[in-house]
Design a binder for this molecule. Sequence first.
Ligand code: UDX
Length: 446
Amino acid sequence: MKVTVFGIGYVGLVQAAVLAEVGHDVVCIDVDQNKVDNLEKGIIPIYEPGLTPLVKSNFESGRVKFTTDAKRGVEHGDVIFIAVGTPPDEDGSADLKYVLAVAKTIAEFMPKHKIVINKSTVPVGTADKVSAKISETLAELNKNLTFDVVSNPEFLKEGAAVNDCMRPDRIIIGTNSETAEKKLRELYAPFNRNHDKIIVMDIRSAELTKYAANCMLATKISFMNEMANLAEVFGADIENVRLGIGSDPRIGYQFIYPGCGYGGSCFPKDVQALARSASEAGYTAQILESVEAVNYKQKEKLFGYISAHFNGDLAGKTVALWGLSFKPNTDDMREASSRVLMESLWDAGATVQAYDPEAMEETQRIYNGRSDLRLMGTKEAALEGADFLVICTEWQAFRAPDFELIKEKLKEPLLFDGRNLFEPSRIQEYGLHYYAIGRGLSVKKH
Ligand code: UDX
């Protein structure tokens, strides 16, 4: 099938590569010429396991092409994906200007009926706005053509996006058009093996499904972080509580890890956007507002422990920091807890010596030229001359460190762990003082 994808960002590129891999004929459009040139040379703009070889092989075989030529793109695809960004505007609502600009472009260049698929995470009601924009533009140009708009949200996890896209749990198709449903069933047939993963519903329910899924997951995390804080209040250990509640299959073990807050491009943005659009519609989404508020506070948690330990006196301290990305297996720093921590440490006059397996370049780009940030080549180098160690991201490479070395290198044998990677009693055997999230007595000052 001939497919066009507007927006070679994270979602668009993964989707395009995977559709090409199963044999579709895909053209990707982006306004950024530099990005297009790089992709043609095999340079992929994001770090995602498995994506580079997938894009390269499909580009070499001619199944995926990259261009800035919107006209060529619109003419090519029977189905046209909109996968451009929806950055939060000032009040946290999703900004639709890029989505609507693509809708207008599609109307300008479409020579015949097209199926337009919304892949970007967009507020409920956006498909109607896209339809209105296309109709309005067609009318202005006196073009008498029909089209369908479908909501088909993505459910990709960074770091596992290629696999999630190749083997989806579900494929949500929001449409009221039989033609569009038939076409999308054909498009996704290669991913629909074993059992039927396609769930067809009305457009607005499909749009809300995407937000509901992410908000549910974010709620689980904020709930656990609140329990971790209560564990500290009552002198309990959240890790025991986690094991205890997860064993109930109705609760389950997934997404109940307490920590120094959730980040990334989805949860913070989607929780905020749904809460804002609810309030615009006259409804106060109390749970969502609390989920957001708890997460905001949780990101300040590590700094709170550190500041309390040193009675607020952090001026001149050097802090070893392991983990910068918002989670492992990505170089993404969007809304990362490490940023909140580093910025508080800098405000308090400390210097940060950081290491991350993938996010060093991105950190350099964001905080370019800061003299109080030193990016180190290895996790051991980050310990050199540091006063104490903080862990912000649960990279596998941090799970079994050389504790003897950590103790030897640090000026004070002190470890603040934002991801609860270790057993407190084990760390204490090495003579290290250990602060973790919600681990009761372990967070008391020694
Ligand atoms: C998320 C959803 O999982 C995905 O389905 C959706 O399509 C996009 O948003 P992603 O943002 O890539 O994916 O990351 P995810 O693995 O879900 O983690 C999000 C954040 O939550 C990370 O900061 C992670 O550290 C944190 N987290 C996750 C916890 O703090 N505790 C947990 O138990 C799980």
